[in-house]
Design a protein around this ligand. Structure first.
Ligand SMILES: O=C(O)c1ccccc1NCC(=O)[C@H](O)[C@H](O)COP(=O)(O)O
Length: 269
C-alpha cells in the first residue's frame, strides 16, 4: 500500500538521521528557534481563495516533475505570486525532498511554511520545528488514533499548527473530533493514487465553519481553482501545476479564478 510504504520509509529515514543527530539535540535546536508564525492568521477565510504553493520535485503518481535546483528561489517566486503559505515536500525516496529544502525555504520567505511529509513520530515533528516549519501535516489515514492525537498535541505544544488531512467522511469526523483548526480534503487517495476532484465538494459542508477548509491536489487549471472555491474551499493546496513554467503568472491566474466571495462564510476567530 503506497501510504504505508511511504510512512515506513519516512520513519526509517528519520531513524537513520537520529543516529547522527539524537533526539535531545534536535529538541534543543527546535526550542532555540524563534516562535513559529501564526499560520491561521495567514490562512483565515477571506473574500477570495488563498493558496498554499508546494515545492514538489517528483511524486509516486507522476514521477519526476521538476529538478528545482533552488527550492528557496522557487518558494520566493510563490510568495511574489501571492501564495499565503508554502508547502515543502521533505520526503526523500519518492518526492526527492529533504530537510535542507525546508530549512532553505523557511530562511527565505515571510509566509508560513508547511513540512509536508509522512509524519509518524515526535522526532520528525522536532525536525520540522528545528528547520523553521510553522505547520506540520498529519494524515489521518496513515496514523493510529492515539498517535494522531499525541502528535497533534505535540505540534500545538511547540507553537506550530497541524494541518489534518482527510480523504473520507469517517476521516473527517476524526479531524473534527480532534478540533483541527486546518482541515484538508485530499482529492488523491494515498492508497490507490486515484484522483477525485469532487470529493472536497461532497465533504465540505460537514467541515465546521470554525476550521479553515483546504482542498488539496488535482489543480491543473484556473477552472479547477474556481471549482474548489465554488464548493467552499478557503484555501487550495497546489503542487504540480506550479513547479514548471512561470509560477508567478500561474499563481496570478489561479488567484483571479478564485476571487469569489462565499456568501455566509465568516472569518475564523
Ligand atoms: O502526489 C502524489 O503522487 C502523492 C502520492 C502519495 C502520497 C502523497 C502524494 N502527494 C502529496 C500531496 O498530497 C500533493 O503533493 C499535494 O496535495 C499537491 O498535489 P498536486 O497539486 O496534485 O501536485
Amino acid at each position: 500500500m503506497v501510504l504505508a510504504d511511504l510512512t515506513a520509509g519516512a520513519v526509517a529515514d528519520a531513524e537513520r538521521r537520529a543516529q547522527s543527530r539524537p533526539l535531545a539535540q534536535v529538541e534543543s535546536d527546535a526550542l532555540a528557534r524563534p516562535a513559529a508564525k501564526d499560520a491561521l492568521s495567514f490562512l483565515a477565510p477571506a473574500d477570495r481563495v488563498k493558496i498554499i504553493a508546494e515545492v514538489k520535485r517528483a511524486s509516486p503518481s507522476r514521477g519526476p516533475l521538476a529538478s528545482i535546483p533552488d527550492p528557496a528561489l522557487q518558494a520566493s517566486l510563490y510568495e511574489t505570486g501571492g501564495a499565503s503559505a508554502i508547502s515543502v515536500l521533505t520526503e526523500e525516496r519518492r518526492f526527492g525532498g529533504s530537510l535542507a529544502d525546508l530549512e532553505a525555504v523557511t530562511a527565505r520567505v515571510s509566509v508560513p511554511v508547511l513540512r509536508k511529509d509522512f509524519i509518524a513520530t515526535r522526532y520528525q515533528v522536532l525536525e520540522a520545528r528545528s528547520a523553521g516549519a510553522d505547520l506540520v501535516l498529519l494524515i489521518v489515514a496513515g496514523l493510529d488514533r492515539s498517535v494522531l492525537e499525541e502528535l497533534f498535541a505535540f505540534i500545538t505544544e511547540l507553537g506550530m499548527t497541524p494541518l489534518v488531512e482527510t480523504h473520507s467522511a469517517d476521516e473527517l469526523e476524526v479531524a473534527i473530533d480532534l478540533g483541527a483548526p486546518l482541515i484538508g480534503v485530499n482529492a488523491r487517495d494515498l492508497t490507490t493514487l486515484e484522483l477525485d476532484r469532487d470529493l472536497f465538494g461532497r465533504l465540505s459542508d460537514r467541515i465546521p465553519d470554525t476550521a479553515v477548509k483546504i482542498a488539496e491536489s488535482a489543480v491543473l487549471s484556473p477552472e479547477d481553482v474556481t471549482h474548489y472555491r465554488s464548493a467552499g474551499a478557503d484555501v487550495v493546496l497546489i503542487g504540480e501545476a506550479l513547479v514548471t513554467g512561470d509560477p508567478v503568472a500561474t499563481l496570478t491566474r489561479f488567484l483571479d479564478a478564485g476571487s469569489i466571495a462565499l456568501p455566509g462564510r465568516k472569518k475564523t476567530p
